[in-house]
Design a protein around this ligand. Structure first.
Ligand code: SF4
Ligand code: SF4
Ligand SMILES: [Zn+2]
Length: 489
């Protein structure tokens, strides 16, 4: 079936007004069963034995039928689907998708009822002094959320069906209540990740993290002590970070190495990948440089669009050839490159910014790519600051609300900035007319960082060379970021 007819069938079968009314009503809590009808329906679909009143059984029947339409379109067996839904985390994600369809219909890219991922800049405290830190982290802020407020936030995120919560910073391990809060999030069924510089991860810390069974992402900005330590601002940190990585791998944690690519370390990225492999890590995440926070002062180290293209091609090649180590990236152009390979003669895994799937969907590959949609800022992902401010992305310092003042879901639903970011028809330059705008969309934080306007083209893409050259001409080699971005940073 052609992609457009699949989308058409999905829209008319699932996104039609009647299905949307059923889905909307299913989001409500059943007073008899004391849970949302949708959650009950998804659990029952997966074969989980949950209590359901007559009304919830009817909703389960109808929702099961709606899911089956999608299942048949994607030629998936009922057993495969049931296995897929067996995980609590998957059902959470599906609940968020269903809520998104109920609220917005089927959209390109898909809008969700709640973000899949929230990155929580949990504290401003940090033991390092990195050149590219988007937070300018050093000491804790005086108004950081208290432990009780943090727990209320976690509960709110769990109730909203947020799938994953990443504790970031600053250095999250500097806050003593990290373990208590991470355990609380796990107890509510949230997938928990930790983004850390790794220098505080002793063998004992790694064991404690393993007990929480969380995903650990450790920043490593070079394959040599010279490069990493210069970037990180403190000598001796390379060895401590490597030790932290080794301790995590030894404890059996899913360990990812995160590397921010700049001109400073570009020629070491491949070596860093090989080091990641040799350390036994499961993933390398290549972070796109964004000129914000302390990074705003080193925009001249940003790599050119051609360099980024080569780097992403190499990353994709590593992903395809790796022995058990994923290579992902936060540059949404990786989704364009992956899709062109996945649709090519040889096929291959599909990657979207920050996300990947190895599912082989044949002619539906593009449909899934357009569902994932590349840049997820304000659409499938958002950030929360240590004081409760909500941002579209950690790299985009635009406050869209504060969870001390408004419920998280209300901010998610009503913020005009978040709504704008979900609307790809607003994009300017080549991003606005690009055939990959629903697959990639450009990094909106880079557009904001360079132009003070999140609708501008991402100047890091080979399709937007004109904008990159203009930036270079205007500022010379010493690229400066926009006054708006600097003021906001
Ligand atoms: S703006 Fe989008 S692509 Fe850029 S870092 Fe944020 S989520 Fe990723
Ligand atoms: S032009 Fe924009 S949407 Fe198209 S691939 Fe480049 S960054 Fe992505
Ligand atoms: Zn009920």
């Amino acid at each position: 079936m052609a992609m457009f007819s699949t989308l058409g069938v999905l829209k008319s079968a699932i996104g039609n007004p009647i299905s949307r009314v059923v889905l909307t009503r299913s989001i409500a809590r059943c007073p008899k069963c004391n849970d949302r009808r949708l959650r009950i329906a998804l659990a029952r679909y997966a074969g989980v034995n949950v209590k359901a009143c007559l009304s919830c059984r009817m909703y389960s029947f109808v929702i099961g039928g709606i899911i089956d339409i999608g299942r048949v379109l994607f030629r998936t067996s009922k057993r495969e689907m049931r296995n897929f839904f067996n995980s609590h985390v998957t059902r959470r994600g599906l609940a968020s998708i269903v809520r998104g369809i109920a609220e917005h219909g089927i959209t390109q890219p898909q809008q969700l009822g709640a973000p899949f991922l929230v990155v929580w800049d949990f504290t401003h405290a940090c033991n390092l002094n990195c050149k590219h830190c988007y937070q300018r982290a050093d000491r804790p802020l005086p108004d950081e959320l208290t432990t009780e407020e943090a727990k209320r936030l976690i509960k709110e995120l769990a109730d909203a069906d947020v799938v994953a919560l990443a504790f970031s910073g600053g250095e999250p391990l500097m806050r003593p209540d990290f373990y208590e809060l991470a355990a609380y999030a796990r107890s509510l069924g949230i997938y928990v990740a930790l983004a850390t510089n790794g220098t505080l991860i002793t063998k004992e810390v790694a064991k404690r993290l393993k007990k929480l069974d969380i995903y650990v992402e450790i920043s490593l900005d070079g394959a040599s002590a010279k490069t990493h330590d210069e970037f990180r601002g403190v000598p001796g940190m390379f060895d401590r970070t490597i030790n932290g990585i080794k301790n995590c791998v030894e404890a059996g944690l899913y360990t990812c190495v995160a590397t921010t690519a700049t001109k400073f370390n570009l020629n070491e990225i491949q070596e860093t990948y090989e080091l990641t492999l040799s350390l036994g890590c499961k993933r390398q995440m290549i972070f796109n440089f964004v000129p914000t926070g302390r990074g705003a002062e080193m925009a001249n180290l940003d790599i050119s669009p051609d360099e980024r293209e080569q780097l992403l091609e190499q990353s994709y090649a590593n992903l395809v050839s790796s022995g058990g180590c994923d290579v992902l990236g936060t540059a949404p152009q990786l989704a364009r490159i992956a899709l062109s390979h996945a649709q090519g003669v040889k096929g291959g895994p599909l990657v979207s910014a920050h996300f990947a799937t190895s599912a082989n969907l044949g002619e539906h590959t593009r449909l899934l790519a357009e569902f994932l949609g590349g840049c997820g800022a304000g659409r499938i992902y958002c950030a929360i600051e240590s004081n409760g401010d909500v941002l579209p992305c950690v790299f985009m310092p635009i406050k869209v609300g504060n969870i001390r003042e408004k419920p998280f879901l209300e901010i998610w639903r009503t913020s005009q900035v978040l709504r704008d970011l979900r609307d790809r028809s607003r994009l300017k330059g080549h991003c606005g007319e690009c055939e990959y705008r629903y697959v990639c969309g450009g990094c909106r934080a880079r557009a904001y960082g360079y132009f003070g306007d999140y609708d501008m083209p991402d100047p890091g893409c080979v399709n937007n060379l004109r904008y990159w050259q203009k930036l270079k001409e205007a500022e010379g080699e010493q690229l400066q970021v926009s006054a708006e971005a600097k003021a906001a940073a």
